[in-house]
Design a protein around this ligand. Structure first.
Ligand code: AMP
Length: 224
């Protein structure tokens, strides 16, 4: 835990196009602050792996096509998770909100819980960097850690450093679905940059460098 700021109870948000490195940075940030990392994509994939009706439907109808799962479904998942004890000292949201309606919902939910949105980090990088990162990404289906075949390989090829699970190439990281996810991001999520700028919590981070440099910039922006 990093000293004086540790008493601040806030929700941190990570915004940016698919493949920019949000998952990796949100995970590291949460670890550095010792607060929960809540990734709606991981929770939905976990529900699908457990073959719950909600998880199976979300995967087949939306996720595998690169489309967004309906707001009510994701909001329900986030509401349950935010209400748990370990979130009362703050948490990191990764992949939520993704629409204006989800952002409005979050504002109400966080004000009820007394956990304001402290910062929204907008990870920005040129499109060619983002596409290259997505195509080389490998993910841990168990703990949600992300790797890259070239830029962030695991210590042992194909195996998660954190939990030893075999890494996968997510179906929605295949080229055809990646393009749809980029389109959905521009159409439905990019507007949240203005939304959080308007609330004076947005911090733009240059996410074109290496993982350590970006992490340092985020941690500095958080204390600033
Ligand atoms: P991610 O791991 O964040 O890239 O999410 C993978 C997929 O899960 C997305 O492409 C969506 O289909 C779904 N998903 C995750 N978070 C949300 C959200 N906040 N709203 C709608 N769909 C979501």
């Amino acid at each position: 835990m990093d000293g004086a700021d540790s008493t601040r109870k806030e929700v941190f948000i990570f915004l940016g196009p698919p493949g920019v490195g949000k998952g990796t940075q949100a995970f590291r940030f949460a670890k550095a602050l010792e607060i929960p990392h809540i990734a709606t994509g991981d929770m939905l994939r976990d529900a699908a792996a457990r073959k719950t009706p909600l998880g199976l439907e979300a995967k087949s109808k939306y996720m595998d096509q690169g489309k967004l799962v309906p707001d009510e479904v994701v909001q329900g998942i986030v509401q349950d998770r935010l209400g748990q004890d370990d979130c009362q000292g703050g948490c990191v949201l990764d992949g939520f909100p993704r629409t204006g309606a989800q952002a409005e919902y979050l504002e109400q939910a966080t004000s009820r819980l007394g956990l304001p949105v402290g910062k929204a980090f907008y990870l920005d990088a040129p499109e060619e960097v983002v596409v290259e990162r997505t195509s080389g990404r490998r993910a841990c289906p168990s703990c949600g850690s992300n790797y890259h075949v070239k830029h962030l390989p695991p210590k042992k090829e194909g195996i998660c450093d954190e939990c030893g699970t075999e890494l996968i190439w997510r179906p929605d990281d295949r080229p055809e679905t990646v393009l749809e996810r980029q389109r959905v991001y521009r159409a439905q999520t990019a507007e949240l940059i203005d939304y959080y700028e308007g609330r004076s919590v947005l911090t733009r981070i240059d996410a074109s460098g290496d993982v350590e440099t970006i992490q340092k910039a985020i941690l500095e922006a958080r204390s600033g």
